[in-house]
Design a protein around this ligand. Structure first.
Ligand code: BGC
Ligand code: NOJ
Length: 814
């Protein structure tokens, strides 16, 4: 069953039923001001950091689901009936409900009692504010006398504190109302220089800023007393729960349409200009008023919206394809790329599943996110790389996370995840391949944000590599530390106390447990680093990296091979994990996927054997599970992985993040049919038809789909913020379609299904537009290329030496 449809020409997903299985969300903002918005207008906004600068309040895991939002009410002032055109929070029986989630905007609307209304929500480029354009049309044959109410509930900035510290927070709330604009200024009098504002384009018939006055005692957002009464109370919040509501009276003739613009924004004043007049406690509004006035003008709002659309045209325009499979085409051209922007911006901080208070930006996560993002805005990728590497520790290790507002490593989580440093090499390498901007390697970058510790970025990569060399275990494989990619394989944790964090509790000194996955990653990163070193003329150094990678490869083939597939790890007792000798967890996806992706065992058949075993034992119709058999009890020596019921999350769930490693591995073996088949099993668009089972949004990937051991096999969870976005994008774009960036130019090496007659693509790459036409003439994967009609040797197209800015590349597959 479907709950909507794709509108590809408009790059929208249209939801036609408000009670989707879960809130289906979208993101507003792509620079500094962000919001999440659900299909029924739920969600919240924040400035840069979802924990520390939360503008509006949201109630996670609330019943009913998805509460707190950008709620608009309409009231028929004659019949006294009121409703919300976005369904929530009044949940009336609406006609023609639709929610259009688009690129950085959402439009929600419906008709009720002959009144059609829709609201377009978006964040203009370059601004720290969001615009709601409410359009109301009278479809009755008679005049309509209406009131509209727009409302939000302010969060007292620190979302964690806001949800817990009531003894203080019920006293601190403060607002100002001036010229009809509501200013939320809690704590502005002391150390905060920032405030939020909520403004309306029409002369108001009333406002409220105190939640209790608006809702009434013991009442909820589904039936606010002031809306029911048809008159806001002009309340001023003193403590308790500051909010914003604006009432506008509307008289509409039959057929008449009116637009009301609402602006919610954030502003920071220079500390020495906080108050106006100086010496008072009144906010200086001089610097913010122009922006408010500008965007309350519907023409300006429309123009800002057009700029946003054009921005997305150009971002997505970097890579567009036309393939025989609609789900591939749609995800590559629109939604997967769009999701990559969200993961780049948010890392794993704010979604319907990430509360925005738990995590900052992950070191491992953000580096991997670059794989799917770097082609869209390389300059931001560059900045991110420099920020990430500045949190790197002098040992070459990394803080596992950092806070985006402070850009500092997060001490609460610390480091010791021994895969982390290598992702920096993978991220930088992806950046260099995309841009050819070698200057980044010479940028001076601090360690642990210590002034004076600056070294060229290149040295950070060297230290990343060496980090592992000085942390090898008994078999010569890398020590796992707290965990590797699989945060839940906690081999040194040995936790028997409730509430301990599996990831930060370390009860063993960690000199035995080893990771075959990190070994594979080390080989991959080592070869990438060698290629970089070589192009910098550091041939001897490059040879050392190659030699170390070869040595590790040999160790993997000797001690990391189980006979038919790659082992996963050795535990603290030196016992095998991911071996046929194990009772449970005999075979894992990560080591098998990553080792083959890295090219290990391609020559001697081990890669083929490993992936055949993955296919036979881990692949299901809904995707490839993490391991088999699932752990049926808690193993203290394994940690969190065995804490999940079988089939969920890391305990044999289908982790969509790692499925692409197998897809890439299959392309390396030349298996285009299987690679694309695996790709399609988890492709959200291809799963749209089974929406009732899948439950999450059909336009973005979820982190996890319940595995075959789970009672809810096929059910997705944790959509949006996952490494799944970048890796699937990278796998399909660069390995299946094979339009691949390399240090030397654009490589064309498709490994597509045999039944495909070909495909076309356009790719902007280092200032040149490549129009690519692939034609299948045989069933294999060998390709013969011409560039503007001239055959070229090999399949890497060097940048045109004669300054051509657009070329046509034709590839014949045979
Ligand atoms: C989850 C992992 C996640 C980790 C992050 C665990 O509970 O299962 O997927 O990486 O938390 O801290
Ligand atoms: C989600 C985390 O964000 C990521 O860093 C980790 O690799 C996976 N879960 C697997 O545990």
């Amino acid at each position: 069953m479907k709950f909507g449809y794709f509108d590809d020409p408009n790059r929208e997903y249209v939801i036609t039923q408000p009670d989707t299985p879960l809130p289906w969300i979208n993101y507003l903002g792509c620079e500094a001001y962000f919001g999440i918005i659900s299909n029924t207008a739920g969600g919240y906004s924040y400035y840069r950091d979802a924990r520390l600068r939360r503008l509006t309040r949201y109630r996670y895991n609330h019943a009913p689901l998805d509460f707190g939002g950008r709620y608009i009410y309409l009231r028929d002032d004659e019949s006294k009936e009121f409703w919300s055109p976005s369904w929530q929070p009044t949940r009336k029986d609406l006609k023609d409900y639709s929610c259009r989630h688009g690129m950085g905007y959402t439009v929600i609307g419906s008709e009720y009692a002959g009144i059609a209304a829709h609201t377009r929500y978006f964040v203009p480029l370059g601004e720290n504010l969001e615009i709601w354009q409410l359009t109301v049309t009278n479809r009755r044959a008679t005049k309509a006398v209406l009131s509209s109410f727009a409302s939000i509930e302010f969060c007292l900035w620190d979302a964690q504190d806001d949800a817990t510290n009531f003894q203080r927070n019920f006293n601190t709330g403060q607002v100002e109302v001036e010229d009809g604009v509501i200013y939320h200024k809690t704590e502005y009098r002391e150390r905060r220089d920032h405030f939020a504002y909520f403004a309306c384009s029409e002369k108001g018939a009333g406002f409220d800023t105190q939640r209790e006055a608006f809702l009434g005692r013991y009442r909820g957002w589904d039936a606010p007393a002031a809306v029911e009464a048809g008159q806001l109370t002009n309340s001023i919040a003193h403590g308790w729960s500051p909010m914003g509501a604006h009432q506008v009276k509307l008289e509409l003739a039959p057929g008449e349409t009116r637009q009301i613009v609402i602006v919610l924004g954030y502003h920071e004043n220079p500390r020495d200009q906080k108050f106006d007049p100086p010496g008072t406690q009144t906010i200086n509004k001089k610097l913010v008023k122009p922006a408010i006035a500008k965007y309350l003008d519907p023409a300006e709002a429309d123009a800002a919206f057009d700029r946003l659309r054009a921005h997305w045209d150009s971002l997505l325009g970097v890579f567009q394809v036309n393939t025989p499979d609609i789900h591939t085409t749609r995800m590559v051209n629109i939604w997967n790329a769009y999701q990559c922007m969200a993961t780049f911006n948010m890392s794993r901080s704010a979604s319907f599943y990430e509360s925005g208070i738990g995590r900052g930006l992950g070191f491992r996560d953000s580096n991997q996110d670059l794989l799917g993002f770097v082609h869209m805005v390389p300059s931001r990728a560059r900045e991110r790389i420099l920020d990430l590497s500045a949190t790197q520790l002098p040992t070459g290790g990394a803080y596992h996370q950092y806070q985006p507002l402070t850009k500092r490593g997060n001490n609460d989580i610390g480091g010791g995840f021994n895969d982390d440093p290598h992702w920096l090499i993978i991220g930088v390498s992806a950046y260099l391949k995309e841009t050819g901007d070698w200057s980044i390697l010479d940028e001076p970058v601090q360690y642990d944000n210590e002034p004076g510790s600056e070294q060229p970025l290149y040295e950070h990569l060297q230290r990343s590599f060496n980090y592992t060399l000085s942390r090898l275990g008994p078999h010569g494989l890398p020590l796992i530390g707290r965990a590797d990619w699989n945060d839940c394989l906690n081999l040194n944790c040995f936790s028997d106390t409730p509430g301990q964090s599996f990831q930060t509790t370390t009860n063993k000194d960690g000199k035995v447990a080893e990771s075959v996955f990190i070994a594979g990653l080390f080989v991959h990163a080592g070869r990438e680093l060698a290629a970089i070193a070589q192009r910098r003329g550091l041939n001897a150094e490059a040879e050392t990296y190659m030699a170390e990678a070869a040595k590790m490869e040999a160790v993997i083939l000797e001690h990391g091979w189980d006979g038919e597939w790659f082992l996963r790890a050795y535990n603290d007792f030196g016992g095998k994990i991911g071996s046929k000798e194990c009772e449970e967890g005999k075979i894992f996806i990560e080591s098998n996927g990553y080792c083959t992706l890295a090219g290990i065992g391609l020559e001697d058949g081990k890669a083929a054997s490993a992936l055949a075993a993955v296919g036979a034992q881990l692949a299901t119709k809904h995707g490839i599970v993490v391991q088999q058999p699932a752990y049926t009890r808690y193993y203290i020596e394994m940690g969190e992985i065995s804490s999940y019921p079988p089939g969920y999350k890391e305990n044999a769930g289908i982790f969509c993040h790692v499925n692409p490693w197998v897809m890439i591995g299959e392309t390396r073996l030349g298996h285009g049919d299987l690679a694309h088949d695996y790709y399609s099993r988890i492709n959200p668009s291809a799963r749209e038809e089974i929406g009732e089972l899948h439950r999450c949004e059909p336009y973005v990937y979820a982190q996890m789909i319940a595995g075959k051991d789970a009672p809810t096999f096929g059910e997705a969870k944790n959509s949006w913020l996952t490494g799944t976005a970048a890796w699937n994008y990278y796998a399909v774009a660069q390995w299946i379609l094979g339009v691949r960036t390399t240090l030397d130019g654009l490589e064309i090496a498709p490994v597509i299904p045999k039944s495909w007659p070909g495909f076309t693509a356009t790719r902007s790459f280092r200032g040149v537009v490549y129009n690519i036409i692939i034609e299948r003439q045989g069933e294999g994967n060998s390709i013969a290329l011409t560039v503007d009609g001239a055959p070229i040797p090999g399949n890497i197209i060097a940048p045109p030496s004669d300054g051509r800015k657009e070329v046509t590349v034709k590839g014949i597959l045979s």
